[in-house]
Design a protein. Structure first.
Length: 119
């Protein structure tokens, strides 16, 4: 049990270090992800840049990284879930939503892991 807790703590620290809550000098940008093979495009009511691996399209869920309009500031992550899997039972507490946001990639619903103001 202790080993699992230590491993989880290390993984959380690594994720925070690598992806942080926002981009600072030397932080993650959408341009870096595009160079690494991600598809990045403006989406949503704020036209924030969303980056995902296109090869994930069609899978049950897709992790997405979200950036400011100019792609320089990492805002957070969101998870897309295929609409045929979503049963209206999975809340999205990180964004204060009782149901997932249907305004995502066609056929998917989104749960944002940062405050979007979409409440």
């Amino acid at each position: 049990m202790t080993k699992k807790i230590i491993t989880t703590a290390i993984l959380l620290f690594a994720a925070t270090y690598l992806f942080g809550s926002n981009a600072t000098a030397g932080g993650l940008t959408s341009s870096q992800l595009e160079s690494a093979g991600y598809a990045c495009f403006p989406a949503g009511p704020n036209s924030w840049i969303h980056c995902l691996l296109e090869r994930k399209l069609g899978q049950r869920s897709i992790p997405v990284k979200v950036f400011s309009v100019d792609g320089s500031e990492f805002l957070g992550t969101e998870q897309l879930l295929r609409g045929d899997i979503y049963r209206g039972q999975q809340p999205c507490p990180q964004d204060g939503l009782d149901i997932w946001d249907p305004l995502a990639v066609p056929g998917y619903l989104a749960c944002h892991h940062f405050d979007t103001g979409h409440h």
